[in-house]
Design a protein around this ligand. Structure first.
Ligand SMILES: Nc1ncnc2c1ncn2[C@@H]1O[C@H](COP(=O)(O)OP(=O)(O)OP(=O)(O)O)[C@@H](O)[C@H]1O
Ligand SMILES: [Mg+2]
Length: 227
């Protein structure tokens, strides 16, 4: 999943991960959260012939696809993109988590063991749709449990301001198996991107910040950044 996909990611991960895994991908706006996950999944799926689902809540399917196309990132037929556009029109009484559960169970039924990857972009958007709901902590615990029961690699985008500590992520930080931080650094007037693994259960990984760049549609991890 990590080592043979994004170029240079083998500098960050010494071991690969096994399913099931729920990984939070956190970072400020524009830190390449969406493009990183999308790239990771398309590369993994095209190499393995497995099937994945990418659910975008921030934007529509077509806007997500055109963003990825603009960045030069290749699409992959094994990765289905879904959004909530249709169910949002159903009114206020929607149980969004139930809807996600139904969707995931549907794909598991249709695709069987080939369905291995799921991305949710983003948790912040899901929470704002579910604003005012009670027992969120319990509901999220069950949702994460469902993702594990379905034996998936899951990548969940979670917005996070620059420099905020991982313990401020709240409950999700503890529930997740992994936390990847994508950040921005201003150096000599230029914004550069980096990746850092803050937590990854059952996996040996680097603790350093690694520079990350997008060149001609390819995200690549460069060397470690020493401050
Ligand atoms: N080589 C490049 N060409 C074009 N855009 C680039 C390049 N490198 C970085 N970017 C930036 O990457 C951004 C897209 O990243 P992406 O949408 O994946 O970020 P994000 O973290 O998901 O953002 P958001 O928080 O807004 O969802 C673009 O808006 C652009 O600013
Ligand atoms: Mg995004």
């Amino acid at each position: 999943m990590f080592i043979n996909t994004v170029t240079g990611l083998n500098k960050v991960f010494k071991d690969d991960i096994r399913r099931p895994k729920v990984v939070l991908v956190t970072g400020p706006p524009g830190s390449m959260k969406s493009s990183f996950i999308y790239t990771l999944l398309t590369l993994h799926l095209s190499q393995t012939n497995e099937f994945g689902v990418y659910t975008t809540l921030e934007e529509s399917v077509s806007s997500h696809l055109s963003n990825m196309e603009n960045l030069g990132i290749n699409l992959c037929l094994n990765l289905q993109i879904t959004d909530f556009t249709d169910i949002r029109q159903d009114g206020d009484q929607i149980d969004y988590l139930k809807f996600l559960e139904k969707m995931l169970r549907h794909f598991k039924k249709v695709k069987g063991d080939k369905f291995t990857c799921f991305a949710l972009d983003s948790l912040g958007a899901l929470y704002s749709l579910m604003d005012g709901e009670k027992n969120m902590r319990k509901k999220m615990y069950h949702f994460f449990q469902l993702l594990r029961d379905l034996n998936l690699y899951c990548f969940i985008v979670m917005e996070r301001s620059q420099d905020s500590e991982s313990h401020l992520l709240g409950n999700e930080g503890f529930l997740a198996d992994g936390i990847i931080y994508l950040g921005l650094k201003r150096r000599q007037g230029r914004l550069s991107r980096f990746i850092q693994v803050e937590k990854m259960r059952a996996c040996e990984h680097s603790m350093e910040l690694h520079a990350m760049d997008l060149r001609m549609g390819k995200i690549c991890v460069l060397g470690p950044i020493f401050e």
